[in-house]
Structures are given as structure tokens and as C-alpha cells.
Design a protein around this ligand. Structure first.
Ligand code: PLP
Length: 449
């Protein structure tokens, strides 16, 4: 085998890229990353980038947190791997389940572990199917989500995801129903108030449930703030309007907190920021501060009891992954929770959120930015051709891709999502680093518009 010479060429020769605009890669090459320091990453040419993407929303403690690496090493030295079934589980797994219930909105509950957020959503769907089947309702299988939602890439979690790109896989699978995205700025009708918009969405939900039959619906999944949809906080009062409809029909509410969990919105959970208590929480990413691939489902007391009763019936929950409750992952998650909650990271998000918002507001004065939106440490700018009419740029112009590429040239990593530019930096970001982020983004915007 002859290897090409450069890192970039080697990457392109041997790797299948996921979620990557390939014409951009062919034209610009691949940024091959060697190491990180705080919120910065470095490439094979020694160039430094401020990663306002936190890796993929997850590296909240930065890229070189000594305590995180030490926690991993200590656990690798003690017990480097194990599963969490057949009546055995590591002490770290026991401690993490306790901790997750303790920091959850619940006074008691039960935790199940996966390797990723996709698997956690997939597993939650199986838990609901298992539960309803065991309770004599095997027809309760349909899943309600929203357009623009992102819940993952497995066949089930991709079916929950409300993105047209999944059509290339022949997804969604039947029985996955997508409701209107609660983005008032984009989907509110002319002359419709935000309150009326929310009432319309609650009515749509009720109508959908009546049409499909409440006895065919297994559950409703929602991200408190849609992340990969382009950082879309819910319209004001959205959850307060839809949750009573779901409750009325006895449909469990699952909060997908893979991005929002552990401080991203300024509170431990996004559902706390938006004032609702779900029946279960899906966690991943920030759960380990990105230092280990891991997901967790936290069942609230009512679901925990019902699932427990279902398990008692057949004496087993026949599901699990080889690395479910991996001891190193659990030790890292315990450390990550401690770091975020006790080393000032969560406070930093709260403290700097107003500065973040002010910076976004200023950038949104650009005539080609139609909206700035976000909360805590997750924000987006939406590019538009016409600010007054909100007319988007033609997709073929790849405007957000061009802004992100220009940012990369300026040493800033941010994410193009649809027509939006998304910023979701690590929680350790300082004021000076935040200013650097805005300066670089402003330079990039000047190059494109
Ligand atoms: N749910 C949400 C809200 C996400 O943002 C993501 C990933 O970005 C997932 C689920 C899937 O997680 P993973 O990529 O770990 O499978």
C-alpha cells in the first residue's frame, strides 16, 4: 500500500466522511487535528483554532482538563472495562446511577446506559414499546417528534429526526410522526402572534393524536432547544401548551437533553430552563464532557415503576450493549458532573450568557442576518437574503458553509446548519476568548457579505 504524502491526502484516501460537505473538503482539504488546549485545537500544520463548536457540543470542559484525564487513567488502572448486566456491574456504574438520579429533576428513578445519544433514544423507544406491550397495549408504537428535530442516526433515532436528508436511507420508518417545528420567527404565519402560533401547534398535536388514535402512540420526544436543527429555542409557552395535551392522552414525554443537559442552557437540564418535567431524560455528550462515548436514559419515578413492573413479569429486560455502564465511562462521567457543577463551569455559562447574547445581537445588525437566537452557551445567527421578508438565500449558494469556511481561515471553528451559523463553545470560555470568537466571526461575515 502506498500512502499519499500529506495528512490531508491520507485522510481523504482512507476515510469515509460522515455529515461532511465533500466539495468543500475536496477544495479546501481536511483539518487534521493533533491536540487541544482549553477551548483551542491545533492542526498538523500547527495552526490554532478557537473551537466554538465544543468538538460536537460536548467538550464542555475544554480539550486538556487534567482532572478528567486523571480520572480516566485511575479507572483504566483499576478496571478498564466491564458490562452492566448478568447481575454484575462496576462500582462506578452504581455510583453514577445514584448521581444521575440525584442531579435529575426526580426524587427517585432508574438509569440505563448506552454508548451514544442515538442509542439512548433508540433504547428509550424500545423501553416504551416493551412497557406498552407488557401493559397489554402492543399497538402503542407510534412516536411523535417535530420537524427539524435531531435525535440521532440509528434507524429508529434517524426516523425520529425531522430532517429531509434521511430520505436517502428510505427513512423515516412508518409510525414516526413529525409535528411543526416550534420556531415562531420562521413558521409563524403573517399576522399570527407568538401566543396564537403556540396555540396552533398545541391544536395540531391534539388533532394528530385524535386522528392517529391515542392508543397507538408510544411517546413524544423533544429537545428543549433544538440543537442540530439550528439552535431553535421553543416559542414562548410552547411546552406549557403541548404537555397538557400529551398528559390528557396519557402519552409519555421524553426530553432529549443530549445537547441541553448539564448546563448548556444555563440550568442543569434544558427542561428546567423551559419549566417542564418530562417522564424521562436522554443524556449523552456533556455527560462525560466528551471524554468518553456514552449515553444514559434517566427514567422518572412513574416510568421507572411501570418499567420495573414490566421487567418483573418476564424477569428480564432483554436489551443492552457490550459496553453498557462501562466503568471508565462512568468514572469519567462522575468526574465531568463534578467539574461542571463544582469547578465554576455551570456558573460561567450563567455569568457570560448575557455577554454572549449582546455579541450576537450586535452581529445580527448585519443586513444579511435575519435572526439571532439562543440561550446560555448555544446561539445561532440566521443568514437571509432579505431581512424584511426573511427570504432565505438559495441553498445552492451555501452561504452558511462559506461563512464557516471563512471562520476556519480566521482560526475559528463554528458550525453551518441550514442557513444558520451555530456557536456552542466550551463552558470554560473566558470573556477574552468570547471577544476573540466575535471578532473572528465578524471578519468572516465581512468576507461573505
Ligand atoms: N440527540 C440530540 C439532541 C443530539 O444533538 C444528538 C447528537 O448530536 C443525538 C441525540 C445523537 O447523539 P450521538 O451522536 O451520540 O449518537
Amino acid at each position: 500500500m502506498t500512502k499519499p504524502q500529506s495528512w490531508e491526502a491520507r485522510a481523504e484516501e482512507f476515510s469515509l466522511y460522515g455529515f461532511t460537505d465533500m466539495p468543500s473538503v475536496h477544495e479546501r482539504g481536511t483539518v487534521v487535528v493533533t491536540h487541544g488546549e482549553g477551548p483551542y485545537i491545533f492542526d498538523t500544520n500547527g495552526k490554532r483554532y478557537l473551537d466554538a463548536n465544543s468538538g460536537l457540543w460536548n467538550m464542555v470542559a475544554g480539550f486538556d482538563h487534567a482532572g478528567m484525564a486523571e480520572a480516566a487513567k485511575a479507572q483504566y488502572d483499576r478496571l478498564p472495562g466491564y458490562h452492566a448486566f448478568f447481575g454484575r456491574m462496576s462500582d462506578q456504574t452504581v455510583m453514577l446511577s445514584e448521581k444521575l438520579v440525584e442531579v435529575s429533576p426526580y426524587d427517585r428513578g432508574r438509569v440505563f446506559y448506552t454508548n451514544s445519544g442515538s442509542e439512548a433514544n433508540d433504547t428509550m423507544v424500545k423501553i416504551l414499546w416493551f412497557l406498552h406491550g407488557s401493559e397489554g397495549n402492543p399497538q402503542k408504537r407510534k412516536i411523535l417528534t417535530r420537524w427539524n428535530a435531531y435525535h440521532g442516526v440509528t434507524a429508529v433515532s434517524a426516523s425520529m429526526t425531522g430532517k429531509p436528508y434521511n430520505e436517502v436511507f428510505g427513512l423515516p420508518l412508518p409510525g414516526f410522526i413529525h409535528l411543526t417545528c416550534p420556531h415562531y420567527w420562521r413558521f409563524g404565519k403573517d399576522g399570527e402572534t407568538e401566543e396564537e402560533f403556540v396555540a396552533r401547534l398545541a391544536q395540531e398535536l391534539d388533532d394528530t393524536i385524535q386522528r392517529e388514535g391515542a392508543d397507538t402512540i408510544a411517546g413524544f420526544f423533544a429537545e428543549p432547544v433544538m440543537g442540530a436543527g439550528g439552535v431553535i429555542p421553543p416559542a414562548k409557552g410552547y411546552f406549557q401548551a403541548v404537555i397538557p395535551v400529551l398528559k390528557k392522552h396519557g402519552i409519555p414525554v421524553i426530553s432529549d437533553e443530549v445537547i441541553c443537559g448539564f448546563g448548556r442552557t444555563g440550568n442543569t437540564w434544558g427542561c428546567q430552563t423551559y419549566g417542564f418535567t418530562p417522564d424521562a431524560i436522554i443524556s449523552s455528550k456533556n455527560l462525560t464532557a466528551g471524554y468518553f462515548p456514552m449515553g444514559a436514559i434517566i427514567l422518572g419515578p412513574e416510568l421507572a415503576d411501570r418499567v420495573e413492573a414490566a421487567v418483573e413479569k418476564i424477569e428480564e429486560f432483554p436489551h443492552g450493549f457490550t459496553a453498557s455502564g462501562h466503568p471508565v465511562g462512568c468514572a469519567i462521567a462522575l468526574k465531568a458532573i463534578d467539574v461542571v457543577m463544582n469547578e465554576g463551569l455551570a456558573e460561567n455559562v450563567k455569568r457570560l450568557a448575557p455577554r454572549f447574547e449582546a455579541g450576537m445581537k450586535r452581529l445580527a445588525e448585519n443586513p444579511n442576518i435575519g435572526e439571532y437566537r439562543g440561550v446560555g452557551f448555544m446561539w445561532a445567527l440566521e443568514a437571509v437574503k432579505d431581512k424584511a421578508t426573511k427570504e432565505p438565500f438559495p441553498a445552492s449558494l451555501s452561504v452558511s458553509e462559506r461563512i464557516a469556511n471563512s471562520c476556519t481561515d480566521h482560526g475559528l471553528i463554528c458550525r453551518p446548519l441550514g442557513q444558520s451559523i451555530v456557536l456552542c463553545p466550551p463552558f470554560i470560555m473566558t470573556e477574552a476568548q468570547m471577544d476573540e470568537m466575535f471578532e473572528k466571526l465578524e471578519e468572516a461575515l465581512k468576507k461573505v457579505f
